[in-house]
Design a protein around this ligand. Structure first.
Ligand code: ADP
Ligand code: MG
Length: 205
């Protein structure tokens, strides 16, 4: 792919602030590709992944409306690694294709951020990016923010965090780090500084 724009992979644990940060970068004019949003579209009613999911998991995992039965699938893959891998083998190549198509559409942007929660787990996604930006925050802050945002219990959130790549390991991948333990003011300042940096570098890493 002829790609001459700087592409930065934005990653971080659940509730660390990825979506909030992506929105701040958009205000600066950055291009954004959101792999969570792509995954959601692929699995909603009539989504491109539905028939493959039906074939692999059976009708029980597809709702009457033809969308992924998220509750049922979440329950399955939470305790069944083989099932999770089966789902990922269906979704990940599709997500990457969609992401690449979106990246091609964003060539007029000064640089592009691609939000990839699973970047630490995915070598294929790491190959798509020239830099890695990790959002880091204290685990208790993460838990509090997710509980506030959703209906999950503390135990559920902690169980998800325990299954994600450990904080220290994720940080080792980072070229840049945003620390999201303070308020939105601090976040806005850190994004402004990174925006200047990303605007001024060429993608020749
Ligand atoms: N610095 C911050 N101060 C206060 N609330 C925040 C801050 N960063 C994120 N949040 C809130 O925490 C929740 C999780 O942030 P979000 O960006 O959705 O995380 P992620 O996309 O990484 O899961 C959201 O409700 C968001 O509004
Ligand atoms: Mg998000």
């Amino acid at each position: 792919m002829a790609q001459d724009r700087l592409i930065i992979g934005l990653t971080g644990g659940i509730g660390s602030g990825k979506s909030t940060i992506a929105a701040l970068f958009v205000e600066h004019g950055a291009g954004i590709v959101d792999t969570d949003a792509i995954a959601h579209r692929l699995t909603q009613t009539g989504g491109e992944a539905i028939e493959a999911i039906r074939a692999a998991f059976g009708n029980d995992y597809v709702t009457d409306n033809g969308a992924l039965n998220r509750t049922k699938m979440r329950g399955l893959i939470f305790s069944d690694d083989a099932a999770r891998q089966r789902l990922e083998r269906i979704l990940h190549p599709m997500i990457r294709e969609r992401a690449k198509a979106q990246l091609r559409q964003l060539q007029d942007k000064p640089y592009i951020l691609i939000v990839v929660p699973l970047l630490p787990e995915s070598a294929a996604f790491r190959q798509l990016v020239q830099r890695v930006l990790v959002v880091d925050c204290d685990e208790n802050t993460q838990v509090a923010r997710v509980i506030e945002r959703s209906r999950m219990t503390e135990a559920e959130v902690r169980a998800i965090i325990a299954r994600q790549t450990p904080r220290a390991e994720r940080l080792q991948l980072a070229d840049d780090i945003i620390c999201n333990d303070a308020g939105l003011d601090s976040l806005t300042k850190q994004v402004s500084i990174l925006h200047e940096r990303y605007s001024n570098v060429q993608s020749s890493y």
